[in-house]
Write a protein that binds this ligand. Structure first.
Ligand code: IMP
Length: 430
């Protein structure tokens, strides 16, 4: 049986929702392995719209096990709110079909407060975060002072953990001119939420090992995109977790050998939300047109996304760092009607041609794109379900992308509709 990891291959928002939904129908277990409720996607199933940001996509489908792994930072209040919202839409959620890793660190209100205070006060190092406390929660995990799901079960441990956290956070808060943490109020909040979260707490690594042994198909659902990876992204303008495929193993507790296929989701052009370098960004009418045609507004924050041409250099790089087996190319139809298309095939850095994105942020910011031009197409590609339905120029564009990034197209998505997909390779059957 094949287990599949899905990761975004650009800066997030590649259209993972539809592909993950399509794959989750074929999977038995769907596991999230990084990020938190900073992700956001919309699923449309039988005409019903579901908005998820923390729960794995499989939750809306009956008969699947959804798992939140230890690599995720979990806001317990958000978890309960998302569960309640979906229940109100008729989705059945129980400890039988939703499990949360006992060793997942919690996002507390103080993390969101710190995230937002830093972003609003620090004009020098503004990242453009989602303000949901993701970064501060990961900092506490690595700083060994996080409160984890399992800690909610024990009153004495909980109080000790809160005291440890306060030692660190009160000093920080003083420096930022914020009120100290109200210990009693925080403990009371945690005691109140604990019984609502603990029924879902499980040793997820064990559950997944058993699922694997019994031949279940596991889908590892990534959030964000590989260029936001804490190690390989455009640091420091990144999220605070590893986003690349290797994280599926450490973020759930399975060995890397359990991963059979890595599917990278790639948008036919490039977008980015928040600050940071973006060599192929378009600040002209073409960029506006991509944004309008592609409805490029953030699902979580509503922010307008920055848009640009397809950057083959970046995707070649993320295909390497995630070891992609194939890609799902999305939103090709957004390019319909452009007379000429450009693909970024290299960078110019102070007169030197580069075939990769350099590591230092200032060098990344100075990279200017080297473009290759391709003929566009006037016909609509929206809704195409076979290669034969695509105009010749569109097929050429896709083939050129494959060649430049060194990775084959496994799926081609031609509209938000589930069935508007050209399937080349089924990742679960490969
Ligand atoms: P954080 O993850 O909230 O710390 O934000 C760090 C960076 O990641 C910011 O540039 C965000 O805009 C970006 N980011 C976080 N989650 C997503 C996502 O789901 N899609 C796209 N960008 C994201």
């Amino acid at each position: 049986m094949a287990n599949v990891v899905v990761v975004g291959a650009q800066w997030g928002d590649e259209g993972k929702g539809k592909i993950v939904d399509w794959l989750s129908e074929r999977a038995d277990v769907i596991a999230r392995f990084q990020g938190g409720h900073n992700a956001g996607h919309t699923l449309v199933i039988d005409g019903k719209v579901y908005k998820l940001s923390l729960l794995p996509s499989g939750i809306v489908r009956g008969g699947k096990l959804s798992v939140i792994g230890n690599g995720v930072v979990l806001d317990p209040w958000h978890l309960v709110m998302e569960i309640d919202k979906l229940r109100a839409q008729g989705v059945d959620i129980t400890p039988e079909n939703l499990m949360v890793a006992e060793n997942a660190p919690l996002i507390l209100p103080l993390h969101g407060e710190l995230d937002r205070a830093r972003e609003s006060q620090n004009s020098v190092a503004k990242i453009g975060t989602t303000g949901r406390g993701i970064g501060p929660a990961y900092e506490d995990k690595v700083g060994r002072r996080a409160i984890r799901v399992a800690d909610l079960a024990d009153e004495a441990t909980l109080a000790l953990r809160v005291d440890r956290l306060m030692m660190h956070h009160d000093a920080l808060r003083r420096g930022l001119g914020m009120e100290p943490i109200d210990r009693d109020a925080l403990l009371a909040q945690l005691r109140e939420i604990a019984p609502q979260v603990l029924p879902y707490a499980k040793p997820v690594w064990k559950v997944l090992t058993e699922a694997r042994k019994s031949g279940k198909r596991i889908l590892f659902e990534g959030a964000q995109g590989a260029l936001l990876d804490i190690d390989f992204g455009t640091y420091p303008y990144v999220t605070s977790s590893n986003v690349i495929a290797g994280q599926a193993a450490t973020g759930t507790g399975i060995g890397p050998g359990a991963i059979d296929f890595v599917l990278g989701i790639v948008k036919a052009y490039t977008t980015r939300v928040g600050e940071g370098p973006f060599p192929a960004e378009l600040k002209d009418a073409d960029g506006e047109r991509l944004g309008e045609r592609g409805h490029e507004f953030g699902t979580v924050t509503g922010r307008k996304r920055r848009c640009g041409w397809f950057d083959a250099v970046l995707v070649r790089q993320t295909c390497a760092t995630s070891g992609m087996s194939g890609i799902a190319l999305t939103k090709l139809d957004v390019l319909d009607g452009f007379e000429t298309l450009k693909i970024c095939v290299g960078y110019d850095l102070d007169g030197v041609r580069l075939d990769y994105l350099p590591t230092a942020a200032d060098q990344q910011a100075r990279c200017t794109p080297v473009y290759e031009e391709m003929e566009g197409w006037s016909e609509s590609t929206a809704g195409a379900r076979s290669w034969a339905q695509l105009p010749g120029a569109a097929v050429k564009y896709v083939r050129r992308i494959e060649e430049l990034i060194g990775c084959p197209v496994a799926l081609l998505s031609t509209s938000p509709e589930r069935d508007d997909t050209i399937l080349v390779t089924d990742p679960f059957e490969d």
